[in-house]
Design a protein around this ligand. Structure first.
Ligand code: 3HC
Length: 666
């Protein structure tokens, strides 16, 4: 096998070049090639300096994650980085694209770092439940100080070259097109040391406590950086190794690595070749300027795709476009956008009351009231307005996309695009494949999702698709638990402790207790009906399953406790002490069961897609890897036993896998 590493001589400088597409991951062959290259440079007296650079779209994007958990092949990355650092000839890292993780650590072993202005540098290991395990936690604080080392390691977001230059993390910017030449003109630098600064560490921990809640890796990253402020280098490295191995063997990192690959796998569509010719999407139409329609429009505007937005009434149209502007201006006030970017986005928005103005759109997304008759009538009209080849999408969250498609003469151009609220923020997009949806329509929308920075998952046509369908059994059981003795506070606490951003009742209050309510205050058949009839519609009314103050801080409600007590009496539900474990078994296990049914019916392409839906659409804790990965770690036998104990009908697929010792995820 030819090595991904080659060398070039430029007089007295040896340039070592890696070419390991797609992202120059530091797999065994790359490490071996780098080691050989360094040895070659050291052995040759006529060589005065060594440059390491990469071909292709990026500098080393990290260790090769696919090698994790397999036997290690020499040289290990830490050994290689030490060898580079020990070289008595100066070694220069020439950075373009993204120098991430192990890639960043290679640069830290080098004596100089030069980067093009567009480059980014960082240590995202924490996002995989890990820490930089090739000396990064010890070299970063020494080179760039404790505060930046904490930011980079414990949060994991890369920084642009300019910021890295200011922080001393790189030494010089190269011309955007002159990296190779500029890098060759370089010499050796002195080592900087970090001032011990435990105060900064405590403040950082406090500031980010919420963000790090439940995760093991951020604390381990912080502990390593802290060690760098008090231990000699070699001891710091030993501590880093020990912490790295602990994380690597743990379930959280396995979960986070699972999601890294699951997210990328989700983009692949069964039965549709990767090279399918896509339709051109130059202008998008959005029908409805409410919260959903406005949020959906912002995704395209932010990506530079012009949007025509349609409403029925002038005041609703003005309100909707006003909200879009306000959202952009709020981002600008926080420094996330420049004023000219706000104007560019708003300039690409065409508000209208006239549906026929959608005639020149390549994709039209309907985001109107959730009612089948309304949607069918609208799609019938769109059929007469939209140009041939335009894609017609519905943002429905439950309704039958095939039925909607049948109201047009071109069902092959119709599909579902289910955005999650707030649509300009939430990363998930469920793309609902109708029975007749054409492969190129599906492929176009999946590719477009990437352009607008969404994580898209293909779902089949079924009630609630993947996410909301799995939510239903959870909500039903949560209500039953109230009747049998649990409180909303207890059920929600168990979910929050599990790592969810909120529990089922907090979610109802946020979304609106009145959603789906029949609107007849005299018809009270459930606790929800009783709350809705009293105007306890959730946070927007400062009363729902909880009472809220003006700042929307919740507190347990005496009135809700009364309503629950009345219902318990009325229905004669048997009371018992509900344990936290019972709440887990009765609200989370049925979600796994529903996930198994979804797979059985072919409504999701793969178990990992279900995990992606729950992580990106509902805030399932990524360190638990999504419901299907979590079920695998819990043990499928245990899940089946729990479901049976509580009288659920267990899905055949789940039962079979439990019996055969199988798993949902790999
Ligand atoms: N190892 C193995 N494969 C990797 C990889 C890695 N570190 N990084 C990316 N890939 C693969 C992806 O799985 C994908 O494969 P596919 O085409 O078969 O699905 C392909 O490379 C392209 O990746 P993306 O689709 O993500 O490409 P983008 O251009 O959108 O993004 C990127 C590029 C920013 C580099 C992004 O891939 C990324 O963030 N990669 C992970 C970086 C990372 O986490 N590095 C740390 C690794 S752990 C480590 O270094 C430990 C060390 O401290 C000891």
């Amino acid at each position: 096998m030819t090595s991904p590493i080659t060398t070039e001589r430029h007089d007295d400088v040896l340039v070592i070049i890696s070419n390991n597409p797609p992202v120059n991951a530091l797999g065994a062959a790359v490490r071996q090639g780098l080691e050989a290259g360094i040895k070659q440079g050291l052995a040759d007296d006529s060589i005065k300096a060594i440059v390491i650079r990469c071909d292709g779209r990026t500098f080393f994007a990290g260790a090769d994650i696919t090698e994790f958990g397999k036997p290690m092949q020499e040289p290990a990355l830490p050994t290689l980085v030490d060898m580079i650092e020990a070289s008595d000839k100066p070694v220069v890292a020439a950075i373009h694209g993204t120098a991430l993780g192990g890639g960043c650590e290679v640069t830290l072993g080098c004596h100089y770092r030069i980067a093009v202005p567009s480059a980014k540098i960082g240590t995202p290991e924490v996002k995989l439940g890990l820490l930089p395990g090739a000396g990064g936690t010890q070299r970063l604080p020494r080179l760039a100080g404790v505060p930046l080392a904490l930011e980079l390691t414990a949060k994991g977001d890369p920084i642009p070259a300019k910021k890295a230059l200011e922080a001393g993390l790189i030494d010089r910017l190269a011309g955007e097109d002159r990296l190779a030449a500029d890098a060759i003109a370089f010499g050796r630098a002195s080592e900087k040391t970090a001032a011990p600064d435990p105060a900064a560490i405590e403040a950082f921990k406090k500031e980010n406590a919420r963000r790090f809640r439940g995760f093991d890796a951020p604390a381990a990253n912080i502990a390593c950086v802290e060690a760098a402020t008090r231990l000699p280098f070699a001891e710091g490295i030993a501590f880093e190794r020990q912490e790295f191995m602990k994380l690597m063997m743990g379930v959280q990192s396995a979960a986070q690595r699972h999601i890294f690959f699951a997210e990328r796998q989700a983009a692949r569509i069964d039965g549709v070749p990767a090279d399918t010719r896509l339709r051109d999407i130059k202008r998008v139409g959005v029908i409805g300027a409410g919260t959903m329609g406005g949020g959906i429009s912002m995704n395209f505007l932010s990506a530079g795709i012009p949007v025509t937005i349609v409403e029925m009434q002038q005041d609703a149209l003005e309100r909707g476009t006003g909200v879009i502007r306000k959202n952009y201006e709020a981002s600008a006030a926080k420094g996330r956008l420049k004023p000219e970017q706000v104007e560019a986005a708003m300039g690409a928005l065409t508000p209208t009351l006239d549906l026929t103005k959608l005639a020149d759109c390549d994709l039209i997304i309907e985001a109107v009231y959730e009612n089948m008759d309304v949607k069918k009538e609208l799609f019938g009209k769109l059929d007469t307005i939209a140009k041939p080849g335009a894609i017609l999408a519905s943002n429905t969250s439950y309704l039958n996309v095939d039925e909607i498609a049948a109201s047009t003469s071109r069902p092959e151009d119709v599909l579902g695009m289910h955005f999650f609220s707030p649509a300009n923020v939430m990363k998930l997009l469920e793309v609902v494949r109708g029975a007749k949806t054409a492969p190129d329509v599906l492929a176009t929308v999946m590719a477009l999702a990437k352009t607008i920075k969404k994580v898209a998952v293909v779902a089949g046509v079924c009630h609630g698709f993947i996410g909301n369908r799995m939510l239903m059994p959870r909500q039903v059981e949560a209500m039953k638990l109230l009747m049998e003795g649990a409180t909303p506070e207890q059920v929600d606490r168990v979910h929050v402790e599990f790592g969810m951003p909120m529990g089922p009742f907090q979610m109802s209050d946020l979304a609106g207790v009145d959603i789906g309510w029949h609107r007849d205050p005299t018809r009270i058949e459930s606790i929800r009906d009783a709350l809705a009839a009293e105007g306890r519609w959730g946070q927007k009314k400062q009363a729902g399953f909880y009472d809220y103050d003006e700042k929307r801080n919740p507190s347990p409600s005496a009135r809700v406790a009364e309503i629950i007590a009345e219902f318990r009496k009325k229905t004669g539900a048997v009371q018992h002490e509900v344990t936290d474990q019972e709440i887990v078994e009765r609200t989370l296990y049925p979600m796994v069961n529903e996930g198994a049914l979804i797979l059985e019916e072919g409504m999701a392409q793969r178990a990992s897609d279900i995990d992606v839906v729950w992580i990106y659409g509902y805030g399932w804790p990524v360190y638990r890897g999504g419901p299907m990965f979590w079920a695998d770690t819990e043990g499928l036998k245990k899940i089946v036993a729990g479901l049976e104990k509580h009288g659920f009908a267990v899905a055949t697929l789940l039962k079979d896998k439990a019996e055969s010792g199988g798993r949902f995820t790999s």
